[in-house]
Design a protein around this ligand. Structure first.
Ligand code: NZQ
Ligand code: ZN
Length: 387
């Protein structure tokens, strides 16, 4: 097991009715800015629940932070934070609203051009950002219990990320009842995103970090078991609760401790969202199978372990199992209603591979993956395989 440090300061408040605890979790006397997305919280009752819990408090609000949060939109919120001397941010939404809030928390205390935080990128240290909490409305990204955030800038077709120990939420409220109003497309996205988070921290090399491997395998198995119930049945609280907690556990830092990780699928996938607006999770389903095929020789032992332990495949050679594992993974994405070829999403895919290759060269991302040996030329080939 590799050396590691682990500190996750986010307090998780999980369960039904827990949104009411906002009244005690946010410091008394705080000037609060509530941030939200395109309006789902107004139609499903979450907005009212939040505002009831905050009654009597000094509250401002800023809506319109849509999927793949846009830098220019966030600058509007930054003005309010500065004008009104906001002291606490509350994100009420999915990964996009939470990520936007993390960026604002950092930008509020940063003197330079806010985009520096993403383009340099600047890691926010503890105490360097405004404090913020979250009410999670869409289980998927794990953003509610990690310090990462991803922001888009449509003007330049960029989607960039940052993180830092000062960018964890102070608390996150996870009430599985929020799942009732989530459309099927977003539920499928949530499962696929969390599934890929577990994969990216697992599908590398055989490791002696047995517990982390088994944590990751448990998340994968639980997501596989939960997905059909979540997508095909009426709302069930316990199914929603498992789905929600799997998504949080998939990316709260625990799985990646003591092991090497490979975030290539995410790095490439973000480009597809930046160019074509494809939902984040779907970009991962497009890239993951090609990535694992292309890097088969390096990953086949781990792919075979995944085949055995996650899919109960016991027959055949190591290579046979590893190949079947990729087929199973792709079939799982299909079972969610998610297509796995770029051409399923856009007719304009030609030239995408070269464009991503060039973007990676320009950013000097010359080696990605667990051993930093995937070059921009390799990335080009992986993207071509996903056409
Ligand atoms: O905007 P509203 O009207 O609220 O609707 C949203 C949005 O259209 C809707 N929604 C959310 N909760 C709902 C609901 N609809 C009905 N009922 C509810 N309870 O769902 C739509 C998608 O929301 P969004 O927040 O964009 O989805 P998601 O949570 O998948 O977040 C995606 C963003 O997170 C980033 C992605 O790159 C993308 O920008 N990621 C963040 C990560 C992190 N911080 O750790 C890691 C991930 O890998 C990912 O990169
Ligand atoms: Zn993701």
């Amino acid at each position: 097991m590799l050396n590691f440090e682990f500190k996750n300061p986010t307090k998780i408040i999980f369960g039904q009715g827990e949104i009411a605890k906002l009244s005690t979790e946010i410091p008394k006397g705080a000037k609060i800015l509530v941030l939200y997305g395109g309006g789902s919280i107004k139609s499903n009752g979450i907005y009212d629940e939040v505002m009831n819990a905050l009654s009597g408090r000094q509250v401002y609000e800023y809506g319109g932070i849509l999927a793949n949060p846009e830098y220019e939109v966030l600058l509007g919120a930054l003005e309010i934070i500065k004008d009104k001397e906001i002291s606490f941010l509350l994100a009420v939404g999915g990964g996009s609203v939470i990520d936007g809030t993390k960026f604002l928390a950092a930008a509020a205390k940063y003197d330079g051009t806010p985009w520096d935080i993403l383009s340099k990128p600047i890691r926010t240290l503890e105490g360097e950002a405004l404090p913020f909490g979250t009410v999670l409305t869409l289980p998927a990204t794990g953003s509610e219990m990690n310090s990462g955030y991803v922001i888009s800038r449509r003007k330049t077709n960029e989607k960039r990320s940052s993180s830092g120990p000062g960018s964890f939420p102070v608390f996150s409220i996870l009430d599985p009842n929020v799942v009732k109003s989530i459309p099927q497309r977003q539920l499928a996205n949530g499962i696929a995103d969390a599934y890929t988070h577990a994969l990216e921290q697992y599908m590398t090399v055989i490791s002696d970090a047995d517990l982390q491997d088994r944590f990751a395998e448990s998340v994968l198995i639980s997501l596989q078991n939960t997905a059909p119930k979540l997508l095909q049945q009426d709302f069930d609280y316990h199914t929603a609760a498992n789905y929600m907690w799997c998504c949080t556990m998939a990316l709260n830092g625990l799985l990646q401790k003591g092991v090497v990780t490979d975030w290539a699928v995410h790095a490439i996938g973000h480009e597809l969202t930046a160019y074509f607006g494809i939902d984040h999770a779907r970009t991962l389903a497009i890239i993951a199978p090609s990535h694992y095929h292309y890097n088969f020789e390096y990953k086949k032992e781990k792919l075979a372990q995944y085949a055995e332990r996650v899919w109960n495949i016991t027959e055949g050679s190591l290579e046979d199992k590893a190949k079947l594992a990729i087929e199973k993974m792709e079939a799982f994405f299909h079972s969610l209603g998610i297509k796995t070829k770029l051409s399923d999403y856009t007719k304009d895919y030609k030239g995408t591979a070269e464009r991503i290759e060039q973007a990676f060269i320009d950013r000097e991302w010359l080696g990605i993956g667990e051993f930093k040996r995937i070059t921009p030329q390799d990335v080009k080939k992986i993207v071509e395989m996903s056409y």
